[in-house]
Design a protein around this ligand. Sequence first.
Ligand code: SF4
Length: 269
Amino acid sequence: MTVNLGKVSLRSQISTLSEVTVDKDSRASRSETRTGLVRRARRMNRTLAQAFPDAHCELDFTTPLELAVATVLSAQCTDVRVNLTTPALFARYPTALDYAQADRAELEEFIRPTGFYRNKATSLIKLGQALVESYDGELPATMDELVHLPGVGRKTANVILGNAFGVPGITVDTHFGRLVRRWDWTREEDPVKVEHAVGELIERKEWTLLSHRVIFHGRRVCHSRKPACGVCVLAKDCPSFGLGPTDPMEAAALVKGPETEHLLALAGL
Ligand code: SF4
């Protein structure tokens, strides 16, 4: 079945685009007005919302403290592995005071599977101590306060603000930076500059969900080495279309994750 996105089906858009030889240099010389860029970026966000209606933070948590701990553990580690580790950890250390008073060797054993466990244990103990000393054991809810906590950088702060406190935040991880540069939303490499550049394109209320959608798309479709361009919902609006296979069947084999069937249906497969 071919599913229509607007007036023209995605499949016909893709087959039309497949016939075009993509000249990467032409991206640099493409003339797109600021208004055109804003409209294209917002259209792409809406398309991603159709593709990933269930996009969410893939770390499991029930409290702001648990999310902060899970985010610290997610450095250089998959969310899946973090989620396997945290149930026992959260049961053993339910409060900031528990981390502040933790026996280091015991804490390290709990978090060892996430890698870099010595550094992460140091961060969690210091985080617990800072929360107990300055915030009665609770996570503060402002960027300024969060980024001054041990082990909490701007990316972690945005994850906590957006997902635990409902304050819109743009999370620039490796997927997010890679994709928005592919889309010519920005040429910036520095995550803070990327965050500000994207923040000027997309409505503030969309920031948290946009972050999840882009990260979902990066994990499932727009891979670093071989993006699945031939079945990508963004093909029509992506200046990097053609970086990966444009043949729909070849591209379909590259799509990962539980939304695969839905994504391939949107592509008319
Ligand atoms: S068309 Fe290709 S490069 Fe562009 S977003 Fe889709 S998968 Fe990524």
